[in-house]
Design a binder for this molecule. Sequence first.
Ligand code: C5P
Length: 295
Amino acid sequence: MLTLLAPAKINWFLEVMGKRPDGYHELVTVMQSISLYDTLEFEELSGNTIEFHCNVDLGPVEKNLVVRAARAMQQAHAPARGARIRLIKHIPHGAGLGGGSSDAATTLVGLNRIWNLELPDEKLMALAATIGSDCAFFVVGGTALCTGRGEIVQPRTAVAGVHLVILYPEIVLPTPDVYRKLSENLHFVRRECNFFHYDGDSKDTAELAKGVFNRLEEAALAVSARLSDVWQQTQNEPGVTIRFVSGSGSSLVFVVPDEKSARQLTKSLESRSLGRAFVVRSVAGRETKGGDGGR
Ligand code: C5P
């Protein structure tokens, strides 16, 4: 059996350049893997059955991104192969953390290994992009500049080891709703992505702060009154150097100086019933050939 971790992501930077004829939005975003993981287990099956099990109810199986990724992989590269896939969920859903996309990308990586297909990352990323806009990023993970609708991925030196608290306010925020809200007014001055002026020193959070920006933040807060309320209530958390919404929300990201501060903040947020909080760090990408899957 092969076990792989599927990390969540945050966006250090996200600017929306405009709306495209296909209805998607043209993005410039810096994606970052974090140490909050789902786990996927893979076993080869004889015949071409795809069996899927999960520790929580994710709704209709055929809509599940893991199953869709497995079918896409089978159709494109291995029509006669089968697999049993078990997903153990930890990443909250509708949270702007890319959980489903990461599971799907990790499925492609896992099947590539157990079926000995030896497909290069580029092929897996092309297939991933057909499943979701931010899915291709998760094939490699780490820190990457992503453009197009998010599927054009340029890996960068990993900004690893930054201490973070992720607050999931128990709100499911549908991504299309947030983009629709933003689309009501696309006449804003575009921010340049100067994130990569930051040299990745995890202690230099003042420099990091200059690069952090999320165009979807205001729209996410406007879509959910409850999120806006949580945002108000977390304005002055001790020790927090940067606070932002991850992607289209609903999760909030707090940058803190060390693990102790992260634990204190987590306790404080949960004691005030603001949601579920996770102590994490930014992490480097998945190791490619023969690696341990990002453990
Ligand atoms: O590609 P994916 O299915 O993950 O996107 C979910 C939704 O998010 C899309 O249907 C679209 O409404 C919105 N989206 C967008 N522009 C992007 C990515 C996502 O408008 N670049």
